[in-house]
Ligand binder design. Sequence first.
Ligand code: ZN
Length: 182
Amino acid sequence: MKSIKFISIIIIPLLVLGLWSIFSKSQAVDAGRLNQSIFQDSTKNKGKNMSDKIVKSEDEWKKELTPDQYYVLRQKGTERPFTGEYNDHKEKGVYKCAACGNILFESDTKFDSDCGWPSYFSPLAEDRVIYREDKSHGMVRTEVMCAKCEGHLGHIFDDGPDPTGLRYCINSVSLKFEKKED
Ligand SMILES: [Zn+2]
């Protein structure tokens, strides 16, 4: 009887302590794993964390877009300066991607740049666009693309106005304006 009492006094608390330490350790490991996976995901998806990314074949795009839209959005062409529909456009609203409808820019960020293309000092949100180095035409520029369908929009330059000092120089043909309802 004495030995049973000894076991229950000494062994049981030790057992409980042991179980508790194993349990709390496994929780710590799980929390670590969770933090790591969130970090990895946000790094991997930086700038392209739009959950419904659109991937279509070039044939599908060719069918859906006008020849001008296809030339600019899919073949990274550039419309002639001062010819685009939205170059002098001043209405209140939002500018969506002409290929996929992703809302890219707001009229409040549009400014007169006199460069011949619609210009904005920032996108609606940083996750709406993605950037890529463009070394074509003997220049090093930064290309701006739609984050959802990777359609070519234009280029970004650092000679824009406050508050960002940036100029998103965008082809009208890549955009579709939607007027703000009063
Ligand atoms: Zn798009």
